[in-house]
Design a protein around this ligand. Structure first.
Ligand code: ADP
Length: 486
């Protein structure tokens, strides 16, 4: 796949500044590695503050014209970008599997998901309405207009190399903003390919810039620039807090999608098949490397044995393998060695504190960064994996007695992104959904993300919402205009 993509020009290795492929000033590069094989796919430019400032200047220049283009015209360009992403679904999916490891089917699925934000915001571009407010004095007329905030700095992680970018860039472009994207250094190739397609779609050069390399230097340059009016970030809570503090110096708008600690609550009255299927989907998607993956499976005592049995069988049946393997692979490798060490240490900690392994519990025989899909039982709150995000294919089962106990346990965390509940009792589904301190709740469903619904967390899981009609507000300023002496 690497050779084919390379010869088709789909693998780019330079930054994308002002619509031009650009080397780092000092010529430095960093390796992009295939996590399934350890092979170097290519070396990409390793950039820092200077290149970031160039990208900001390009974005600022592009902003002057792009913000004045009609919404209809911006909409057409975004729609064309969507069409191009979709017509290159296979190549983009292959590129993603190559640099990120996820099974090809899942990667192609992400291209569709990522592109859906572009389609959605192509449509929303035309619906950025203002207001007219009845005046308090008869000679006045009061208006509210919405205007693009300006240049946006978008910093994204490696777990969704396309979707985390389009869900920021599409609403930004839709309302007239321009962007400097800093993808994860682990997965820059999908970002670069998507940026190139944006220019082919007629989005002006300079409206979408991509720089990668020294993350903190790039981040600091984005924060320091008074021209960057908005920072949007998906990643770890620790980095999110740094960015939030850094944004204070120039009082930028900020949106953060940070870590989760998703509870998946299975009540006695759940439909067992639905619960097993839902918990499996929410836990093992992307090898457990998503911020909405079930991190704690809380199971009521009456259904515990049956659920643990059925769930363990389903986990044993999952196929682990290279993303490019013919036939269906359910679980790919983890992103790198550090991720494997973290999962290993969490599992060791749990075992040392009394957890029992029902399935898996160690590195997979495929070697590299493959880890066995794992189910643990007898999990207690003092274990690290009950408190911190595992980001790997490990499902810890905890028993509870009452609904109140489940809610208390579920809310006993600083995170508040996604939660899942499984129950056939209608009153309970509503009652518990309301009681959960989370930004998203799945009821009898393990996969709930969609471009049409607002995604985002409460507490330390973040600020702001992405996707949906609400997602565009993050890139708009409101202006009140008062006409007097009429
Ligand atoms: P993850 O654990 O998902 O890799 P990170 O928060 O480390 O989460 O990474 C998310 C994104 O933030 C990546 O693009 C990474 O390069 C970037 N990043 C890491 N440190 C900083 C920093 N100090 N300033 C700006 N961006 C950073």
């Amino acid at each position: 796949a690497a050779a084919r993509l390379s010869s088709s020009g789909f693998i780019r290795s330079q930054g994308f500044i002002g619509g031009k492929w650009t080397d780092a000033y000092d010529g430095k590069t960093i390796e992009v590695i295939n996590p399934a094989t350890g092979e170097v796919i290519t070396n990409v430019s390793c950039m820092g503050a200077r290149e970031t400032n160039d990208a900001i200047a390009s974005a600022q220049e592009a902003f002057i014209s792009w913000s004045k283009v009609t919404a209809a015209e911006r909409s057409k360009c975004l729609r064309k970008w969507y069409d191009l992403l979709m017509s290159h679904k296979e190549e983009l999916g292959q590129l993603m599997t190559l640099e990120q490891g996820k099974p090809l089917k899942e990667a192609i699925g992400e291209v569709g998901y990522g592109a859906s934000f572009v389609e959605f915001f192509a449509e929303e571009a035309k619906r950025v309405y203002g207001d007219i407010i009845p005046a308090t004095l008869s000679d006045r007329r009061l208006f509210v207009v919405k205007q693009p905030v300006g240049v946006v700095g978008a910093i994204t992680p490696w777990n969704f190399p396309l979707a985390m970018i389009t869900r920021k860039v599409a609403p930004a472009l839709a309302c007239g903003c321009t962007v400097v994207v800093k993808p994860s250094e682990l997965t820059p190739l999908t970002a670069l390919a998507a940026a190139e397609l944006s220019v082919q779609a007629g989005i002006p050069r300079g409206a979408v810039n991509v720089v990668m390399g020294n993350a903190s230097e790039i981040g600091d340059a984005l924060l320091a620039s008074p021209q960057v009016r908005k920072i949007t970030f998906t990643g770890s809570t620790a980095v999110g807090k740094k960015l939030m503090a850094g944004a204070a110096a120039t009082v930028k708008k900020i949106s953060l999608e940070l870590g989760g600690n998703a509870p998946c609550i299975i009540f006695d009255d759940a439909d067992l098949d639905v619960a097993v299927k839902g918990a499996l989907a929410s836990k093992f998607r992307n090898s457990g490397q998503t911020c909405v993956c079930a991190n704690r499976v809380l199971v009521q005592e009456g259904i515990f044995e049956k659920f643990a049995d059925a769930f363990s069988k389903a986990v044993e049946n999952m196929k682990v393998g290279h993303g490019f393997t013919e036939g269906a692979v359910d679980v790919g490798p983890l992103i790198n060695d550090a991720a494997v060490h973290k999962v290993e240490s969490f599992v060791q900690d749990a075992i040392s504190k009394g957890a029992k392994v029902l399935v898996g519990g160690k590195k997979h025989s495929l070697g590299m960064t493959f880890y066995e899909p794992t189910v643990l039982t007898d999990v207690k709150n003092e274990m690290i994996l009950a408190r911190e995000e595992i980001f790997g294919p490990v499902a810890p089962l905890q028993k509870f007695k009452t609904e109140e106990e489940a809610i208390r346990k579920a809310n006993d965390t600083n995170a508040g992104l996604a939660a899942y509940i499984f129950t056939t009792n209608m009153q309970r589904s509503w009652r518990v959904s309301e009681a959960l301190e989370y930004g998203l709740v799945g009821v009898n469903e393990g996969l709930i993300s969609t471009e049409v619904a607002p995604f985002g967390g409460v507490k330390q899981s973040g600020l702001g919402r992405e996707g949906s009609k609400y997602g565009i507000d993050e890139y708009l300023e409101m202006k009140y205009i008062c006409m007097g002496n009429m």
